[in-house]
Design a protein around this ligand. Structure first.
Ligand code: ASP
Length: 426
């Protein structure tokens, strides 16, 4: 009898559900060797970390090689500049819209009203030192390429890769052997992404099971309104915001987009890291959504670093939440300050778990909210982080598809082809 092959998407979905159920069950176990040593820090940790480190391993080589290769094959410096400008404009405006949505929700839902501050235990907060804008700008140029790569500094790697690509295309015939080599290396890394992704269901299971087995459900209860308000914002932007952007700018179907994009979302949800999703995001954008390598190799790593719409939503809601919890009225000028600082703070947030909770201190300082307020939401941040990371990386891909379509770098037939299985070897 012909046995139907289960698609990767279905397997990952199953792993997510199974991981969550297993985690919730293990959470009920009494502390001891079985719960802590064998399960949480044993099996779950092992399979989760093997997968996570497997994809993280590919981020730096993939970004450098495919971007250098993409920039060299684009060959047109003016086009590169135009794509860069459009991408940044798009990223910044969607983030500002996201904060505005969050503020509206915070205003109407009032997530922090009536919160008993003694029930929600405050944790000590870390404060970020502000980096001057000028320094942020010049630090995008790496003074040492090896250091940039070993530290995984995405912006510096992007600058290095784009310059390498431009240099190679200016070399003309002499640069061709190196361009060919980059092309081959790129194929190799994409193959490695596919290999690591076959392990995704097990890895996702481990990561989710560990999170749910350790998350403080008791701490969650007083903050339920806060968590749900953020998730409402995340759903609103994903369904209404992203769908209308995609439809409005390209006429393409959001259903097809999400169907193909699901594995990327699941990696984001289980790892809570935009950086970790870069390889699979690029893979899906190129092979499933039909975006050219030149565009995806640029917009996806850049987006993972600077475009954080989910993070912006969390920061907007958190501002209202803490203000309401402390009984501080939120004025219009405070709201405008939040839109500005949250947009900047989310750009400065690294694509790693929990990064924005630290950047939030910048927003709170700007509007004069008590920094201890951050400590209140810290205990449940992982749950929120998983959702906002999904929205962060989805925003990158939506923008990528739109820009690719405008630049005539999108293969619409590939986008519309629903038969292909995600991230499966050709
Ligand atoms: N975890 C988020 C990301 O990687 C950043 C954050 O909001 O903490 O996109």
């Amino acid at each position: 009898m012909h046995k139907k092959k289960i698609s990767l998407t279905t397997k990952i979905l199953g792993a997510l559900v199974l991981g969550a159920i297993t985690g919730i069950i293990v959470f009920q176990f009494p502390d001891g060797v079985v719960k802590n040593t064998i399960l949480i820090n044993g099996v779950f940790q092992l399979v989760g970390q093997v997968f996570l480190r497997g994809i993280m391993m590919l981020v730096v080589p993939l970004v450098f090689i495919s971007l250098a290769n993409g920039a060299a094959s684009m060959g047109d410096i003016k086009k590169l500049g135009r794509v860069g400008g459009k991408t940044v404009a798009f990223y910044l405006s969607t983030t500002a819209i996201a904060v505005a949505i969050a503020l509206a929700l915070g205003y109407f839902i009032k997530p922090g009203a009536g919160l008993n501050l003694t029930v929600a235990k405050a944790v000590k907060t870390v404060v970020v030192a502000k980096t001057p804008v000028v320094q942020t700008l010049y630090e995008m140029v790496p003074s040492n390429p090896i250091l940039a790569m070993s530290q995984g500094n995405m912006l510096q790697i992007i600058v290095l890769a784009v310059l390498t690509g431009i240099g190679l295309s200016l070399l003309g015939k002499k640069g061709q052997p190196l361009i060919d080599l980059l092309e081959n290396l790129n194929d190799l890394i994409m193959k490695l992404v596919e290999i690591v992704m076959t392990f995704a269901p097990i890895g996702v299971f481990g990561l989710i099971a560990k999170t749910f087995a350790t998350v403080g459900f008791v701490a969650m209860m007083p903050l339920m309104k806060y968590i749900l308000t953020i998730y409402l914002g995340l759903i609103l932007i994903s369904i209404l915001g992203y769908a209308s952007l995609l439809k409005g700018f390209t006429g393409l179907s959001i259903r097809k987009f999400y169907k193909k994009f699901f594995p990327v979302m699941s990696v984001a949800f289980s790892t809570a890291s935009s950086n970790a999703t870069v390889p699979v995001n690029m893979d899906v954008c190129e092979k499933e959504l039909g975006v050219s390598k030149g565009i995806a190799a640029f917009t996806i790593p850049l987006g993972a670093t600077v475009n954080m719409n989910g993070t912006a939503i969390m920061q907007g809601v958190a501002t209202f939440f803490v203000a309401q919890a402390y009984g501080i009225p939120v004025t219009i000028s405070m709201m405008l300050t939040v839109v500005l600082t949250s947009t900047i703070a989310s750009v400065g947030t690294a694509g790693v778990p929990g990064a924005s909770i630290i950047m939030l201190s910048m927003v709170f300082q700007a509007v004069g909210l008590p920094l201890e307020g951050i400590g209140i939401i810290m205990g449940v941040d992982r749950l929120v982080d998983m959702g906002r990371t999904v929205v962060n990386i989805t925003g990158d891909a939506i923008c990528t598809v739109i820009i690719a379509k405008q630049e005539k770098e999108l293969n619409v037939d590939v986008f519309n082809d629903e038969k292909k299985d995600l991230t499966k070897s050709a």
